[in-house]
Design a protein around this ligand. Sequence first.
Ligand code: NAD
Length: 366
Amino acid sequence: MRQFIHDLASPRIIFGYGARSSLREEIERLGCRRALLISTLGQADAAANAVNDSRHLITASFNGAVMHTPTDVTQVALSVVVDAKADCLLCVGGGSTTGLAKAIALHTGLPIIALPTTYAGSEVTSIVGQTEDGAKTTMRDPVMLPKVVIYDAALTQTLPRATSITSALNAAAHAVEALYAADRTPLTDAMALGGLEAIGRSLPLLAAGDDGVAVRDDLLCGAWLCGSVLGATSMGLHHKLCHTLGGALNLPHAETHSLLLGQVAAFNQPGAPEAIARAKHALGIAEGIDSLFVWIKTFGVQMALADFGVEERALDHVADLAVQSPYANPVQITREGIRALLGRAYSGFAPTITAPLRMEALNGGN
Ligand code: NAD
């Protein structure tokens, strides 16, 4: 018998090529007149161009967003918000930019309008992962959920192909874990599968050089669906390991997701065989313990932690951190099991069956 609570809050979504032209109307709809424009340094000009039609509603800009949302950057941005008397936050960028907007909203309660330029999916969640003293701590608060998200594939066309690939795989990781989450629902399953189908259909085209509007549009729609299930369900071992590695070793976010996804899917397969099979089917991948790893590898992404300059001895510390607080996962998490997984990921070896314990209670009999 099914039993679930579906409680998915969503921003207002404006989707379409050229949709950024509706920004002015959306700011006014919120009753705001003094937006703070947030971006990374590298995207500062592109962000200003993207919102040019609404420049009379933008009172200041802050282009210091960086990955993993360090709290010291948030403090600097907060002083800009106060000086500018901003009444809303306009973030144009990937997850790093959205993350900073969320951290500011947490302190100020200001509404966020997000224009995503990667496939990270942060714009449709009320989650932020903030980093302080080498530890990344994730929290949820509804105040951080953007009020409006404007998805305009034109803004993703400048994203370099290699970054686009890892970013789309980051999105896929949300959907894979949502399919075995204990709190998934029929609607989150449908969204996860729809997101994976879009990525499975369009990522190989993008990787082969097709950077056309249709491919970008499909990937962005997939990113919306995958991000939505990230916000609606509880993530397991894969996200825990990515956050631990990101916070402790400052590894690039989407690249870490890409490298680990095939490893963790294989690790979790004995506890969630149906979910992993559905994910692979939606992506258009064959069955097999290492087939997701092999598929990801075909896109030319880095598959070894060693390639990121990680020292092997750091993995012991990461394994210690990863088992510190309990979280739901279809397979029991032991320090030994995590250390073995990290060892394979360090060398970039394909995953093998590890025959771990199955945790029926945690994955709802999936
Ligand atoms: P990012 O935002 O750091 O962007 C990566 C790089 O690409 C940056 O240098 C950025 O300036 C550049 N860039 C972004 N869009 C571009 C474009 N269209 N054209 C050219 N360059 C562009 O990377 P990301 O992977 O999107 O985000 C990673 C961060 O987001 C991490 O801190 C992660 O924890 C967070 N995140 C949070 C959530 C959540 O729900 N809280 C979800 C996913 C990711």
